[in-house]
Design a binder for this molecule. Structure first.
Ligand code: PLP
Length: 397
């Protein structure tokens, strides 16, 4: 008899990690696979950040840190929030955790009760629904399509809110679509939320540094919203620090305290070495991040032109992050030999096994009829990958 909890049995595995694993397996068998399923920058952590970490080890910064993070680190985050968004926080409102994922699950576990509803615009990042399940909450999915640039409207939000709604999760710039909410769009959502004071906003801003001209705006900047918005961010994407595992929240004080309590019983404070590195990243030059973003923008423009040239694909122009989320409905129902490509999972599998390009099916993000392509890889590989995709799609009958 299995002793696995019902809580765990209800959880799905991460589709993006599964696809990355599948493409690694095929690579290990000798296939030349181009992996566009990856969710991390193909850049290394900046030198000054690595040096700070080495120094921390040499200085024996190797003892237990405070649960929510070193005061110096929390102060650096407070300064960043002021600089980037003009928002005032106290260090006590900041909690540092082991990656953005950890920050998000902490907030959800600290605020959501069994049966509480969480409004989630789709396409959504794969992990949100599973974290809501862990808290025994219920995700209420609001579908958005490419024709609305994958952004939820005020009317859609209004229609989704019930007396059980306790949270809205927003992600801008978005994984998987790259879309960004403008100030006006956030203001119109805030106008709805003001009528429903029981609804918190969990605003995942982990891609805030990776935007291509459109200014990043946060729900916490909207009138009256800072007191009910938890901003989640981290070092992974903007500073190319995925392996260091650092995420943080800036939250209303009671929520920060609750998260601190939870973390004190689960993981305690994160690695001291990572904290030293993060202080260096947050207080040092942003130049490496800006260079990386400039490179992503160049690739975005190349990939957009190449995808636009594929008949049948519908493609948006992502304003940030490093993903495209093309609509592939024109190819569903077609055949590869005898096999019908019935949905986005079949298509992603076909592109992997026949085209040798790894993508992720839109269904993983609550959006059937789409696939996600990451452009966090070299221009040369991107060009070859899209050539292969075009060829594979043209072979469907
Ligand atoms: N939020 C979004 C939208 C992401 O895409 C990711 C990583 O893929 C995270 C959060 C988590 O980041 P981390 O690697 O810091 O846990």
């Amino acid at each position: 008899m299995s002793q696995i909890s019902d809580r765990l049995l209800s959880l799905s595995e991460s589709a993006t990690l599964a696809m990355t694993q599948k493409s690694r397996d095929l690579q290990a068998q000798g296939f030349d696979i181009i992996n566009l399923s990856i969710g991390e920058p193909d850049f290394n952590t900046p030198e000054h950040v690595k040096e700070a970490a080495i120094k921390a080890i040499q200085n024996n910064q190797t003892h237990y840190p405070p649960v929510p993070g070193y005061p110096e680190l929390r102060k650096a985050i407070v300064a960043r929030m002021k600089n980037a968004l003009g928002l005032d926080y106290k260090p006590e409102q900041v909690v540092v955790s082991a990656g953005g994922k950890h920050s998000l699950v902490n907030v959800i576990l600290a605020t959501i009760n069994r049966g509480d509803e969480v409004v989630l615009p789709a396409p959504y990042w794969v992990t949100y629904t599973e974290q809501v399940k862990l808290a025994e909450g219920k995700s209420v999915i609001v579908k958005t399509g490419i024709e609305q640039d994958f952004k939820m409207t005020a009317a859609q939000l209004e229609a989704a809110i019930t007396d059980k709604t306790r949270m809205l999760i927003l992600c801008s710039p978005s994984n998987p679509t790259g879309s960004m909410y403008s100030r006006e769009e956030l203001e119109s959502l805030a106008a709805v939320l003001r009528k429903h004071p029981q609804v918190l906003v969990l605003s995942d801003e982990i891609y805030d540094m990776i935007s291509y001209g459109q200014k990043h705006v946060s729900m916490a900047q909207m009138d009256g919203m800072q007191d009910r918005t938890i901003v989640a961010n981290g070092m992974s994407k903007g500073y190319a620090m995925t392996g260091w595992r650092m995420g943080y929240i800036c939250a209303p004080l009671d929520i920060a305290k609750a998260v601190n309590k939870l973390q004190g019983q689960m993981t305690s404070g994160i690695s001291t070495i990572t904290q030293a590195a993060s202080i260096a990243a947050l207080t040092g030059s942003d130049e490496p991040s800006r260079k990386m973003t400039a490179e992503f923008k160049k690739r975005r423009d190349i990939v957009k032109a190449l995808l636009d040239a594929i008949p049948g694909l519908k493609v948006n122009l992502p304003a940030g992050a490093f993903y495209f989320f093309p609509n592939v409905e024109a190819f569903l129902g077609k055949k590869a030999g005898d096999k019908v490509i019935a949905n986005s999972s079949d298509l992603a599998m076909y592109l992997l096994t026949e085209g040798h390009v790894a993508t992720v099916a839109g269904s993983a993000f609550g959006a059937e009829g789409y696939i996600r392509l990451s452009y966090a890889t070299s221009e040369e590989k991107l060009r070859e990958a899209i050539r292969r995709i075009a060829e594979a799609l043209a072979n469907l009958k």
